[in-house]
Ligand binder design. Sequence first.
Ligand code: ATP
Ligand code: SF4
Ligand code: MG
Length: 322
Amino acid sequence: MSLLKVRNLHVSFETADGEVNAVNGVDLAVSAGQSVAVVGESGSGKSQIMFAIMGLLARNGAATGSVEFDGTEILGLGEAALNRVRARQIAMIFQDPMTSLNPYMRISDQMTEVLTVHSGMKPREALAEAVQLLDAMGLPDAGRRITMYPHEFSGGMRQRVMIAMALLCRPRLLIADEPTTALDVTVQSQIMQLLARMRAEFGTAIILVTHDAGLVAGNCDEVMVLYGGRIMESGPVRRVFAAPQHPYTSGLLQAVPRLDRDDDSLAAIPGDPPDTARRPAGCPFAPRCPSVIGRCHDELPALVLRAPGHASACHRAGESRT
Ligand SMILES: Nc1ncnc2c1ncn2[C@@H]1O[C@H](COP(=O)(O)OP(=O)(O)OP(=O)(O)O)[C@@H](O)[C@H]1O
Ligand code: SF4
Ligand SMILES: [Mg+2]
């Protein structure tokens, strides 16, 4: 059984300029110990899916559909019930660790608070546990450094602290939203190794949100490719990368990361992302698609299985050219 099952998720925002449709009918299933990547360029709806799962949408946002965690519907749960699920079972780490660390509190106080409040541990026990976890995250001299403030840490170390904090309550699902984007390549690979170890040791399921197709290849079992808040393709990483069934996925894989540009390696696909205020009549990728044909402009392609577990939404999937 899936640990997390998201069905027909829609997220929209009310804005002064009208409704923004950020997520349009997304399905996602994650089993215990599995690692699922969610990729797509900026604005494709990756973070909003995660915020909807966590019940953390902005106030002008609303989600419909279903989010089942361990067999229980959690979409629309009240704050108190949701807090109980979140605290012990689902954790999220963000791109910028400073958004989740309190700059005015020592790391030790921030970490032990989680344990004393949620797990009822005694402060001394909690401190020992926190030091041990930081040590396991590869933070040198963890016993001394834990008394420092967040600004005294480098970016990579702060990200390790964030991951350690996310793991304190031994979550069953970890949502990592671009956890390494701001870090250099060496630190990035260390963090990915940590996540892999966690998965192996604790059976933690991971959803990895990323721009970086290279990171997906080495670290994930399944991948979901998003465009304009819709799934363009999903399936086992090996299959999808070896034989993509959607021109957008092919474009992403061909977009070569450039060393002189550390922003968005996917930006190499020419054209602009779709307008989220307008629901396209046809395929949302049509204005940028090198394989576009007449029907693409007025017929929305359905997400169809092309091989076991491997689905794509393209009128031309299966033809040799896509
Ligand atoms: N509070 C909001 N009000 C209106 N629109 C919003 C709001 N929050 C997000 N959006 C819109 O939702 C869409 C999806 O945003 P999302 O943050 O999920 O993108 P993303 O794929 O995570 O991008 P990135 O890679 O840049 O983080 C975007 O068009 C964004 O402008
Ligand atoms: S449906 Fe048409 S426009 Fe959309 S990805 Fe396929 S070929 Fe391109
Ligand atoms: Mg995002």
